[in-house]
Design a protein around this ligand. Structure first.
Ligand code: CUA
Length: 352
């Protein structure tokens, strides 16, 4: 009698169990269609060898996980079904469950098969780790990136210039990137090119980047680092060697002197205001290092660490009220009348 009670009890669980399966199926279905932000590309669309390796590992793990899920679900459904069949038989004809041994299930299902699956995972994961340790070819270039709340300082030490939020690399070659942070832990991630790497204050970690196709790749911070973590983006521009060399040559130049009256007035405003405490414009007296280097501001595609297109309108809005776009960032609002703002924008527009 007590055995039958137990059977009825498990039957009561079938509906919640099936409901749970339905919810899980719905959630998994949702995974395919959810986009966090339209501009963040998928790591399942790799454009370089490191990301391709991570993509392959992802599919192996997904395949194994799916196979295990299907197997466990099949066994579970089989058990539920056989208990239900058992319940249909008259009590006196039911087999004595105390004589049924479960040892085979435990040895195979609980030890042997999981061990084999875990060894396969260890093999592929270790192979992937080894692949990511060193670039496939010697790296001809080293870039330093320093994470800060909430933007990216980008240094090209061999070429003695500093830029921000935009990294240029030659296409088809590995580039070494040395990463650190000035404040809290950030994480450097370009989904289509490489896995995540933490940027830790007081520590330098190296990764390599390689893009196999010329293009613009979006990167983002992948470690919660404060209020504007989700607006800490950057871009990587992979370009053919000659274009990359032109870019290097242009970035090495100091800012040109303004060649008209309005721009000259704008420069004077810049140099006489608090801007210079935080920003550098090479070739002038502005040598602040709290905020992004502005020497070639206009050559960059975005403002505010990848959150705004670099247009005159957005630049004006940012200067007047940066807290509107990115509350909590270190840049205070600038009080300028419209003539002064126009002069300042005219000057900044010369920083190509
Ligand atoms: Cu920096 Cu999150």
């Amino acid at each position: 009698m007590s055995a039958r009670k137990g059977v009825n009890h498990s039957k009561d669980h079938i509906i919640p169990f099936l409901a749970g399966l339905a919810v899980l199926a719905f959630l998994l279905y949702g995974c395919g269609g959810v986009t966090i932000a339209p501009e963040i590309p998928s790591q399942l669309d790799p454009r370089g060898p490191a990301a391709a390796d991570i993509n392959a590992l992802w599919w192996i793990l997904f395949g194994l996980g799916t196979a295990v899920f299907v197997m466990v679900t099949a066994v579970l459904l089989y058990v539920v079904y056989s208990r239900w069949r058992l319940e249909q038989q008259p009590a006196e004809r039911a087999p004595d469950l105390r004589r049924v041994s479960g040892t085979g299930w435990i040895v195979w299902g609980g030890v042997v098969i999981p061990f084999v699956i875990l060894m396969v995972v260890v093999f592929f994961a270790t192979r992937s780790l080894a692949f990511h340790m060193n670039p496939p070819a010697p790296s001809p270039l080293t870039i330093e990136v320093i994470g800060q709340m909430w933007w990216w300082e980008v240094r090209y030490p061999e070429f003695e210039f500093v830029t921000a939020n935009e990294i240029h690399i030659p296409v088809g070659q590995p580039v070494e990137v040395r990463l650190t942070s000035r404040d809290v832990i950030h994480s450097f991630w370009i989904p289509q090119l490489q896995g995540k790497q933490d940027m830790t204050p007081g520590r330098i970690d190296s990764i390599w980047l390689q893009a196999d196709e010329a293009g613009v790749y979006r990167g983002l911070c992948a470690e919660f680092c404060g209020l504007q973590h989700s607006k800490m983006h950057f871009i990587v521009v992979a370009e053919p060697a000659d274009q990359f060399d032109d870019w290097l040559e242009q970035q090495r130049q100091p800012a040109p002197s303004p060649d008209n009256e309005l721009a000259r007035r704008g420069q004077q405003l810049f140099l006489e205001s608090s801007c210079i405490y935080c920003h550098t414009i090479r070739g002038t007296d502005a040598i602040g290092d709290v905020g992004p280097d502005l020497t070639h501001l206009i050559s960059r595609r975005t403002l505010g660490a990848g959150i705004l297109d670099n247009t005159p309108g957005n630049l004006a809005g940012w200067i007047v009220d940066p807290q509107h776009f990115k509350p909590g960032n270190l840049m205070p609002p600038t009080n300028l009348d419209s003539d002064d703002l126009q002069a300042l924008l005219t000057y900044l527009d010369t920083l190509e």
